[in-house]
Design a protein around this ligand. Structure first.
Ligand code: MN
Ligand code: MN
Length: 318
């Protein structure tokens, strides 16, 4: 692909600290742009954290992820893949939330992702908290339930909190299964740890056939073995990849609302994504980076690097 329009700005032409920060220095192509119809993979920000139940902040994630992502170069270090030459990628901008109305925001996200689906643009979203994923899935799964590869220290399968019915970032995947957006038998959740409210999330997983890989099993078996099983479970039909930055150990990625000790290091955090190669990932997100809790920017830098890893898997799946 030789179309220079869809190439990122090279750090050899404009220094990386200069210019307007878009995801990976790609062109900004909102959906009303005349070339929007050519985009194959759209990077998009979801600046919203209305589902956070404890420490807020990921509404600021997309902006800091964009800034840190300007350090990404054009080629993958291991495979040699040059994703921006292999596919037309662009920064679609942000989906504007209604920060004081969660159902309205979820409806806005659903509508945006349904539009992407109709245009055959595959999204790689940057959160935002994990409830953003539910809005995306509602828009994307109209053609049938998707599989899911989910990296997180939490299952996000709890019932609604506080005695009501309001959704939070603690239950997007329970809602997605109940709404038929995800096929529970093609779901795998990896890295689960931390103290628990109760066992209702794990009971839901067991009752629905969702595979949960606790962190102890992850480290005992090793990445290659666990990810081989994950690829087996998800199969070759369309699947969503959702990556909560709190999958990573807080010594590496402290800038997130609900950190849990005893997680993967930065290399392991990237390697699990590389092991998704071969899966039919049609959409993905990286969520829960919270800039107010990330003064060094290091968590966002890891998040941006993980987005690049995910992008490479998505390009290979085109
Ligand atoms: Mn989560
Ligand atoms: Mn989590």
């Amino acid at each position: 692909m030789s179309d220079s329009f869809f190439q990122p700005v090279s750090g050899m032409q404009m220094p990386r600290f200069a210019g307007i920060a878009t995801f990976m220095r790609l062109p900004h192509v909102p959906l009303d742009h005349p070339r929007a119809g050519e985009v194959q993979i759209g990077l998009v920000g979801l600046p919203w954290d209305g589902g956070v139940t404890n420490r807020p902040g990921p509404r600021h994630g997309p902006r800091q992820l964009r800034d840190q992502s300007t350090m990404i170069r054009a080629g993958h270090p291991v495979t040699g893949l040059r994703p921006f030459e292999a596919a037309r990628c662009a920064d679609l901008g942000d989906v504007g939330p209604n920060p004081v109305d969660n159902p309205d925001t979820l409806a806005r996200f659903e509508s945006f992702f349904a539009d992407l689906s109709a245009r055959a643009i595959r999204p790689l979203a940057a959160g935002g908290d994990h409830l953003c994923t539910l809005g995306a899935l509602r828009g994307l799964a109209k053609g049938g339930a998707l599989g899911l590869v989910h990296f997180d220290s939490h299952t996000d399968l709890y019932p609604p909190y506080f005695g009501g019915t309001a959704l939070t970032h603690g239950n997007p995947f329970r809602a997605a299964v109940e709404e038929g957006l995800l096929d529970p038998r093609r779901m795998v959740q990896i890295g689960i740890r931390g103290s628990q409210y109760d066992r209702s999330d794990l009971d839901f997983a067991r009752a629905n056939g969702i595979r949960v890989v606790p962190i102890e099993e992850f480290f005992a078996r090793g990445i290659a073995d666990v990810m081989a099983e994950a690829r087996e479970i998800v199969g070759d039909r369309p699947a969503y990849l959702s990556y909560d930055i709190d999958f990573v150990d807080p010594s590496v990625a402290p800038g997130t609302g609900t950190p849990e000790w005893g997680g993967p290091n930065a290399f392991e955090a990237m390697q699990v994504v590389r092991e998704c190669d071969g899966l039919n990932i049609v959409a993905a997100d990286l969520v829960e980076v919270s800039p107010p809790l990330d003064p060094s920017g290091g968590t966002a830098w890891l998040g941006a690097s993980l987005m690049f890893e995910i992008l490479c898997v998505m390009v290979a799946a085109l």
